[in-house]
Ligand binder design. Structure first.
Ligand SMILES: Cc1cc2nc3c(=O)[nH]c(=O)nc-3n(C[C@H](O)[C@H](O)[C@H](O)COP(=O)(O)O)c2cc1C
Length: 339
């Protein structure tokens, strides 16, 4: 068998050396609460790059201060963040990885002092703060903040931008009928619930020509929530707008019990890929090389994203290449101990 997991993949002008992606993971490590990258970030991401990961998508970076999940989140709301982000990008690129950034706004899931905002004034749970319903001006300002975030990401040298439309954060809150009860043009029908994301994509594309991904929660685990058919509709709209890949996660919109088993979200990536005819990324309990190989080889998704397994083993790509008999070039300094 020749491995497809280790074949390159090109989107626009960017070629990923293999299909293995580090899934975005908040590290809550900006101890100074200023959103700036720290030494921890430099070590953390570079370790996965030297381990052979094809694409690293850095953790959710907040496009506004109020859009952080916690005070320690990574930020991209000011030009002062560019320098640290640039260093993350340079260090990982030196080791052969491509680097993406996830642009995010936490909406009602922000755990911060002061007011928080969301499409509707409904808290995530009883013990969480009730958000303020966004005014039209706040909606426009937030869309602009995503555009500014994209401009800064471009200046920092990222190869990919991923918009965080999953896990019940702001963009997801607009998409879901569970969290969006607005009566204006941003709420109601699915066309209207998509409007916020549509406008974010349009604005981002004004300043960003590179690969653009959107992460979605393709299952809301609630019978009144969006269904997979709704997400096929949204994915078709995304494709129309020039989105390059839909990264298919699930959950986080409302509290729910999730039955997580190996590859539990892969069927969503597969269905969206086939039915909306758009490249997808599969994520969620993908831990074994053969499992990842199966997903790519059967064309169920174009990329596989690993989160926790890459925390355990930053050299997972090397481990997988060795198990699959695929070639993964060693960093020059490691040649004597790679295979
Ligand atoms: C510590 C940690 C932080 C995470 N932070 C983010 C994040 O910033 N953005 C995001 O989209 N998903 C985030 N996730 C979800 C992961 O990207 C991934 O979708 C999920 O963990 C399932 O993949 P896994 O089974 O390979 O861990 C996080 C997960 C973990 C474990």
């Amino acid at each position: 068998m020749s491995s497809t997991l280790f074949t390159p993949y090109t989107i626009k002008n960017v070629t990923f050396p293999n299909r293995i992606v580090m899934s975005p993971m908040c590290m809550y490590s900006c101890e100074a609460e200023d959103g700036k990258a720290t030494n921890f970030h430099y070590t953390h991401y570079t370790s996965r790059a030297i381990g052979g990961t094809g694409l690293i998508i850095t953790e959710a970076a907040a496009v506004t201060q109020q859009g952080r999940i916690s005070p320690q989140d990574l930020g991209i709301w000011g030009d002062e963040h560019i320098e640290g982000l640039k260093k993350i990008v340079q260090l990982s690129k030196e080791q052969g990885a491509k680097v993406g950034i996830q642009l995010a706004h936490a909406g009602r899931k922000a755990v911060l002092d002061g007011p928080i905002i969301a499409p509707s004034a409904i808290p995530f749970s009883e013990d969480r703060k009730t958000p303020e319903e966004m005014t039209t001006d706040q909606i426009k300002e937030t869309i602009h903040a995503f555009k500014e975030g994209a401009r800064r990401a471009d200046e920092a040298g990222f190869d990919v931008i991923e918009l965080h439309g999953a896990h019940g954060y702001l963009m997801n809150e607009f998409l879901s009928p569970l969290t969006n009860k607005r009566t204006d043009e941003y709420g109601g029908s699915k066309e209207n619930r998509y409007r916020f994301l549509r406008e974010v994509i349009n604005e981002v594309k004004e300043v960003w020509n590179g690969p653009l991904f959107v992460r979605i929660s393709a299952d809301e685990y609630n019978e009144e929530g969006n269904t997979i058919d709704d997400f096929i509709y949204f994915a078709k709209e995304m494709k129309e707008q020039g989105i390059d890949l839909v990264d298919c996660s699930t959950g986080g919109v409302v509290p729910a019990t999730i039955d997580a088993y190996p590859g539990y979200q892969v069927t969503h990536a597969e269905r969206i890929k086939k039915e909306a005819n758009i490249p997808t990324g599969a994520v969620g309990l993908i831990t074994h090389p053969l499992q990842a190989e199966e997903i790519i080889h059967n064309d169920r998704a174009d990329l596989v994203l690993l989160a926790r397994e890459l925390l355990r083993d930053p050299y997972w790509a090397r481990t997988a290449a060795s198990e699959l008999g695929a070639e993964l070039k060693a960093p020059k300094q490691y040649e004597r101990g790679w295979n």
